[in-house]
Design a protein. Structure first.
Length: 128
């Protein structure tokens, strides 16, 4: 008997992977669609927020702004962090059952399509 994909077993993990893709879409949009939207959102200049007086080569703007708190400085870093954390949650929330390799491949394809749908929605539809 084959193992069918029971979507209800995957809701938590699929939700997390969709959020990962959506956050990645926002990150990409902040890099390429948000010029002139402000220092936090415009990826071409937002990276300057890491530094005192927004000048590369200056000391950090505040403790951790160039290392472990970089995600607090601008949209690209924030949404990259959200994307990575949501991806980790999707792995942690994945239903734990013994599966054949072909079922793992099938599930990986479904999860990837779900993540890409989140990215497409944010980058190409909502934030275009």
């Amino acid at each position: 008997m084959g193992q069918g994909f029971k979507i209800k077993d995957h809701y938590p993990a699929l939700t997390a992977i969709f959020i990962s893709g959506a956050a990645d879409g926002v990150r990409d949009a902040s890099m390429f669609h948000m010029k002139g939207k402000g220092q936090f959102w415009d990826g071409s200049i937002s990276w300057e927020n890491k530094y005192k007086d927004r000048k590369e080569g200056n000391p950090p703007a505040y403790f951790g702004s160039t290392t472990f708190l970089v995600w607090t400085t601008d949209a690209p870093h924030l949404f990259n962090m959200i994307s990575n954390q949501a991806m980790s949650f999707s792995v942690a929330l994945y239903p734990q059952k013994q599966r054949k390799f072909k079922h793992i491949v099938r599930d990986a394809v479904i999860y990837n399509v779900t993540r890409q749908a989140g990215h497409y929605l944010m980058y190409s539809v909502i934030l275009d």
